[in-house]
Design a protein around this ligand. Sequence first.
Ligand code: PYC
Length: 361
Amino acid sequence: MAAPHPVAATPPSPKVSAAPRRGIGSSRDTAGKKTATRRRGYSAATGASQPRVRRVQVVDSHTGGEPTRVVIAGGPDLGEGTVADRLHRFREHHDAFRSAVVNEPRGSDVLVGALLVEPADTSCAAGVIFFNNVGFLGMCGHGTIGVVATLAHLGRLQTGAVRLETSVGVVTAALHPDGSVELTNVPSHRSHRSVSVEVAGLGRVTGDVAWGGNWFFLVTDHGQRLELDNLDSLTNLAWRIRQAVNSQGFPDVDHIELVGPPGRPGADARNFVLCPGRVYDRSPCGTGTSAKLACLAADGKLAEGETWVQESILGSRFTGRFRWLDRGRGIIEPTISGVAHVNAEATLLLDERDPFCWGIR
Ligand code: PYC
């Protein structure tokens, strides 16, 4: 199951201010060997050249508790082409860089990375490649909100709408004066309804398979309390469900979303989303909320334009709504609103003398 819906061209985004000539995040610019890698030079003490230390500039933020690390300089040169082409090269040739940025000891399993690259679609202000502790993400809702907050923090983005190219399509993000971000995601849909899988040690579990920029299996009959003090049990269950779903016909599903009643008034539902690297999303998951909206739309449980408040296991919230793109085929355009907070600016040092230079993986 590949990313299914190409996005129609729309008018260009205004280019982001204070950006390098090639855009707000050209991989060439971010790679910029002169800025990214510094030779410490000849050492009189040892009589030898010291090893190269590569410097990677990042800005960290969190969206509803879920962290995003945006690489703003020092990324790999991924060549030309679409963001999907560049992601392919990233995966094939620079996976160690991915791990160095997000994995321990510099990062943690839950950290999502975002590499800014030059977009192929000239209507976009930038391209973004999302990655995590085990690989790459098609789209990332909380991450996009984090990218927009980061660009605003850097003074590269004013309020208004900006188009971003991801590996699975173009998204639009509108930055509001109060700092909130409204993300219009890639077309989303439910591909399979009420799929029943046999879960080892548990029996049959039923859920829906839906695309929201990543593939999800959404389950409501899980019998679990969606509370932080139940994390181990939720993680174990969701991981077993994922293995069952993958081995029983849906190998591309890499996010499991357990849905239940909200914890506090004002929300419509709470979720627990297990991400590909066996860590839970601290935010309500933008792509997971998009997948949920596609299911609600298909079931006629939410009307076009009506709001849906999705709560995370932490109690943080996204507000979603949808517009029909193709009612007959169940394809929607989801819009998700949330807020990100920038919490660090840093320079990562990638020193090959460090045995864990490329992360613990
Ligand atoms: O917000 O879409 C999202 C997301 C995916 C994985 C972690 N967060």
